[in-house]
Design a protein around this ligand. Structure first.
Ligand SMILES: *[C@@H]1O[C@H](CO)[C@@H](O)[C@H](O)[C@H]1NC(C)=O
Ligand SMILES: *[C@@H]1O[C@H](CO)[C@@H](O)[C@H](O)[C@H]1NC(C)=O
Ligand SMILES: *[C@@H]1O[C@H](CO)[C@@H](O)[C@H](O)[C@H]1NC(C)=O
Ligand SMILES: *[C@@H]1O[C@H](CO)[C@@H](O)[C@H](O)[C@H]1NC(C)=O
Ligand SMILES: *[C@@H]1O[C@H](CO)[C@@H](O)[C@H](O)[C@H]1NC(C)=O
Ligand SMILES: *[C@@H]1O[C@H](CO)[C@@H](O)[C@H](O)[C@H]1NC(C)=O
Ligand SMILES: *[C@@H]1O[C@H](CO)[C@@H](O)[C@H](O)[C@H]1NC(C)=O
Ligand SMILES: *[C@@H]1O[C@H](CO)[C@@H](O)[C@H](O)[C@H]1NC(C)=O
Ligand SMILES: *[C@@H]1O[C@H](CO)[C@@H](O)[C@H](O)[C@H]1NC(C)=O
Length: 400
């Protein structure tokens, strides 16, 4: 499905719900005895409201679970499972808050807090409210920054969406997740729009958005400031557009890590455009492990602005089963860097990188990094227009 189609459906959903009032198709958590004082456990109220929303089969439009404004709802690990009778909507106006103690996950899956699964008839999450991951206790015991006995590697993702189709998430804020903020696995036709996602730069593994096994996804008009990747794109993804996104702190937009442990990799048609990176450790990155198999192809980063970024353009290996079948383009990028190597294409002699295109890139160094350069290892491709620092790609295919 094209971005146009996704947008049309998206607008249609919004328009229909905004202009018609099917009173009986709204399920307000307060009518299910949610308290919303931030302390009372509102999990059961949310589950009951979801149950009725999901089982509603006589609404003319997608039934809506409503979380009213002005209140904070404490919700324990929860699963909103389908299949439902039709597409469903979740209107978040208040704040949904995770338990702040790690013990709330005792005996439960540490990997998730709010899970949406098996919603193949559609899911629309919207509203001006927020989702507070209360992640501090998890950060404080994370193995990344606090290694040692009792440290944890896996912490709850704030909102995880799996095995679903026609998913829209818009306008809400998600912050301070224990680990990833928004994750999508194994889903098709997804649009994220107008999101605000925030966590401290020092919070461990808190990707703003992580996707894996997803096809046909659009992420746009969002401000993403997190401790780890702004957006990370995992294996088995295709046709992903990321546009008009501001990434701050954390590690930038990363395709990978892919193929760790020799996994099959398949990533294609990724378009990242009109992105600003501010004070991130990487900008546009592709990272695959040499031991993997598969291919990474048709990747474009364009119209990029870097502001005090450490590795603006970086490829740590990428590969291809099909000879000459892989390619990645970096086009029209400007801005400043805080390391000497501003363009780094670092591949191996075993698996060289081919089909790389650099076009119209003008970077300059900040502070002591006035004299910046490019670095290439086994990197083949072409440069067009002005490329500063000067490209070091080799023009010839290594096997010719
Ligand atoms: C991404 O953009 C391309 C070209 O602009 C378009 O063909 C494709 O349908 C878009 N995909 C999504 C998921 O928005
Ligand atoms: C869910 O809804 C169904 C039918 O609408 C009802 O039979 C069932 O008791 C409800 N379960 C819960 C946990 O509310
Ligand atoms: C997120 O957590 C940090 C650190 O605990 C805190 O300073 C900040 O206020 C929190 N953000 C929000 C929006 O609550
Ligand atoms: C993102 O930040 C910009 C600049 O501060 C602001 O104009 C825009 O409305 C923000 N977008 C969202 C979705 O908050
Ligand atoms: C980048 O972020 C760090 C951590 O928040 C901050 O200390 C530093 O001043 C920022 N640097 C720039 C150049 O904005
Ligand atoms: C990658 O190669 C395909 C097939 O040759 C081509 O259609 C596509 O435009 C290329 N993409 C990039 C990003 O260079
Ligand atoms: C290059 O990217 C900038 C944003 O970084 C944009 O304003 C400009 O129009 C782009 N130039 C071209 C030729 O597309
Ligand atoms: C290239 O990758 C190798 C292996 O990971 C690493 O040792 C080396 O420092 C990298 N070179 C650059 C310029 O990043
Ligand atoms: C800048 O760096 C290049 C290569 O890294 C080096 O050859 C050159 O001498 C440096 N120039 C200055 C003025 O330091």
């Amino acid at each position: 499905m094209g971005s146009y189609n996704i947008l049309v459906i998206f607008c249609l959903v919004i328009a229909l719900t905004a202009h018609k009032n099917y009173a009986d198709s709204f399920y307000n958590v307060l009518d299910y005895e949610a308290v919303g004082d931030g302390e009372t456990d509102d999990t059961l109220a949310f589950l009951s409201a979801w149950n009725d929303t999901c089982n509603d089969d006589d609404s003319e439009e997608w039934p809506t679970m409503v979380i009213p404004e002005g209140k904070t709802y404490l919700v324990k690990p929860i699963t909103f499972a389908g299949p439902c009778k039709s597409g469903v909507q979740v209107q978040i106006e208040g704040t949904i808050k995770a338990p702040s103690e790690v013990s709330a996950w005792e005996g439960l899956d540490n990997g998730k807090w709010i899970l949406f699964k098996d919603l193949k008839s559609g899911l629309n999450i919207y509203g001006s409210g927020s989702v507070d991951g209360s992640g501090k206790a998890w950060w404080d015991q994370s193995c990344k920054y606090h290694p040692g006995k009792g440290c944890t590697k896996l912490a709850p993702t704030a909102i995880k969406i799996i095995n679903s189709k026609d998913v829209y998430v818009s306008n809400i804020a998600v912050y301070n997740s224990s680990q990833c903020h928004l994750t999508v696995h194994g889903s098709d036709s997804v649009a994220f729009q107008n999101l605000r996602i925030n966590s401290p730069g020092s919070s461990p593994n808190t990707d703003c958005i992580h996707i894996q096994g997803v096809k046909n996804m659009l992420i746009r008009d969002s401000n993403l400031t997190c401790g780890d990747d702004c957006v990370s794109i995992g294996d088995h993804t295709s046709n992903i557009n990321i546009t008009k996104v501001h990434c701050e702190l954390g590690h930038g937009i990363s395709i990978g890590s892919l193929g760790k442990g020799g996994n099959e990799v398949s990533v294609e048609r990724i378009k990242v455009e009109e992105i600003t990176f501010k004070n991130t450790t990487n900008g546009a990155r592709i990272k695959t492990w040499q031991v993997g198999r598969g291919s990474v192809k048709d990747i474009t980063f364009s119209d990029i602005e870097f502001d005090a970024v450490k590795n603006p353009i970086i490829i740590d290996q990428y590969y291809c089963d099909v000879r000459d079948g892989c390619n990645a383009t970096f086009l029209n990028a400007t801005g400043t860097t805080m390391t000497k190597i501003a363009i780094n294409v670092n591949c191996s002699n075993v698996v060289p990188c081919t089909g790389i295109h650099l076009g119209s890139i003008q970077l300059s160094g900040l502070g002591k990094y006035r004299n910046i350069s490019s670095s290439c290892n086994h990197a083949y491709g072409q440069a067009t227009g002005i490329v500063e620092p000067k490209s070091c790609l080799l023009p010839l295919d290594p096997e010719e």
